[in-house]
Design a protein around this ligand. Structure first.
Ligand SMILES: [Zn+2]
Length: 446
């Protein structure tokens, strides 16, 4: 069993509360986030360690802490936690989203699962290793980054592009894994090894302006845009059955017929209709490059036929799908309308990324996770969203979404709290994650 030090757990709880209260809300605007406040807090917490900070824009500060090892041939592990959070709808919360209160064994607030919980536990573990004063053979780095929630432009993307030598490492651990997932074949612990890519597109639709009093035969950009949206909604590229998907289907222990259908790219989509709708949504995303038209802008005045409408489409790509593939899929989806529209990227594209299992780090994560949940099997998992791990995977660094959670935070519960209302985390999970980082250092760096 995993033994957890209640003193350290208490430190993680307290640090998490403070990080939540700083409310480093990132709404995507360059001036938002103001993560310098959480960087400041962590600087105080890690007083006496070797610190470097990066602030490519005022307020968007990230912090790197190093515990240099004694043996240059020993591995370097980088723990990476983001310090920003997404906005909230405070009226829908039961408690103050920025109160960071401890209520009935749970810390409440925005960031409690995404991912100030892990960021706090990483900082506490690093401070503890420093306090113990026993030098490690390998090097441990902790990178507290800004701007993860808006694509890492002022955080991990910037740092890996401009200060690579500082953060170079053999392994990265970041959000999220070690999460209990009860499944038909028995309890599982999901550990993240891959994530989908980002290929967001802006679609500009043009028409001819005219008077709204005479719509007959008009070339109305909004009407055309509506048809573009309809076609995107109806479009479904062929399913892709990969290793991670096979693993998940096996874990679901389904009747043979259903199982076979879910593993057959030609029948997969229909087979999703037989599943729980929430699970089906994830399973669809895991096996398809997805297109979600989420923003429309256009029209100026009720009596003017609009000549320009912009759509923004959230496109998430599977491993191996290139930017050209995305454009080809859009051309297929839009058919004869493809030549009537212009496509441009919304944000910098990011291909899907994956790390192999079976590395010494993977083995340690699996072993330590199972020490806390002896009945569970570790299941390699793909995130359908994006994290800062992508910036390290693209440089060939094996990167995993890790952590360690108690049975109180099951995968299903956990997923509803991501960017959701009433985000909170149980104290046991905070203790387990703190201990995991110490155990990783013990196994790989000591
Ligand atoms: Zn996150």
């Amino acid at each position: 069993m995993t033994s957890v030090d209640p003193g350290l757990t208490g430190q993680t709880v307290e640090l998490l509360q403070q990080l939540i209260r700083n409310a480093c809300v990132n709404d995507g605007a360059p001036g938002s986030g103001e993560e310098s406040r959480n960087a400041e807090l962590l600087t105080g917490h890690l007083d006496g360690l070797e610190l470097t900070s990066y602030e490519p824009l005022p307020g968007r500060r990230s912090l790197l802490v190093s515990l240099p090892g004694t043996d240059p041939d020993a591995p370097t592990v980088l723990l990476m936690g983001h310090t920003d959070v997404v906005p909230v709808s405070p009226d829908d919360w039961r408690e103050d989203p920025f109160g960071g209160e401890l209520i009935d064994g749970e810390v409440w607030g925005r960031g409690a699962v995404d991912m100030l919980n892990l960021t706090a536990s990483m900082a506490v573990a690093v401070r503890e290793l420093h306090r113990r004063g026993r030098p490690l053979r390998g090097t441990l780095k902790f990178l507290a980054v800004a701007d993860e929630e808006a694509g890492g432009t002022w955080g991990a993307d910037w740092i890996t592009a401009n200060a690579w030598d500082d953060v170079a490492c053999d392994y990265v651990l970041t959000e999220n894994g070690g999460i209990p997932a009860p499944m038909a074949s028995g309890p599982k612990l999901v550990m993240t090894v891959a994530e989908k890519g980002i290929g967001w597109r802006r679609i500009t639709v043009r028409g001819t302006p005219g008077h709204g009093s005479m719509p007959y035969g008009a070339d109305n950009a909004l009407v055309l845009a509506a048809e573009v949206v309809r076609r995107l909604q109806a479009y479904s590229p062929r399913a892709v059955v990969g290793e991670l998907w096979r693993g998940l289907v096996d874990a679901m222990a389904l009747p043979d017929q259903q199982r076979d259908a879910l593993l057959d790219p030609g029948r997969l989509r229909d087979a999703l209709t037989t599943m729980d709708p929430k699970l089906a949504r994830y399973c669809h995303a895991m096996t398809h490059t997805t297109f979600s038209p989420n923003v429309i802008r256009g029209g100026d005045k009720t009596n003017i036929i609009p000549d320009r409408v912009e759509l923004e489409v959230d496109i998430r790509t599977l491993p191996g799908v290139t930017s050209e593939d995305v454009d080809a899929m859009l051309a297929e989806a839009l058919g004869d309308l493809a030549e009537r529209v212009e496509l441009s990227p919304v944000v910098k594209e990011r291909p899907a990324s994956a790390s192999a299992v079976g590395t010494p780090m993977w083995d340690t994560l699996a072993r330590r996770a199972r020490a806390a949940h002896p009945d569970a099997e570790v299941l390699p998992w793909m995130l359908v969203g994006g994290t800062d791990a992508a910036f390290f995977r693209r440089r060939g660094v094996p990167s995993y979404g890790a952590g360690l959670f108690s049975a109180k935070a099951s995968l299903q519960e956990f997923q509803s709290r991501f960017h959701g209302h009433d985000e909170r985390i149980d104290v046991d999970s905070l203790g387990l994650s703190t201990q995991l980082w110490l155990d990783v250092a013990e196994d790989l760096l000591a």
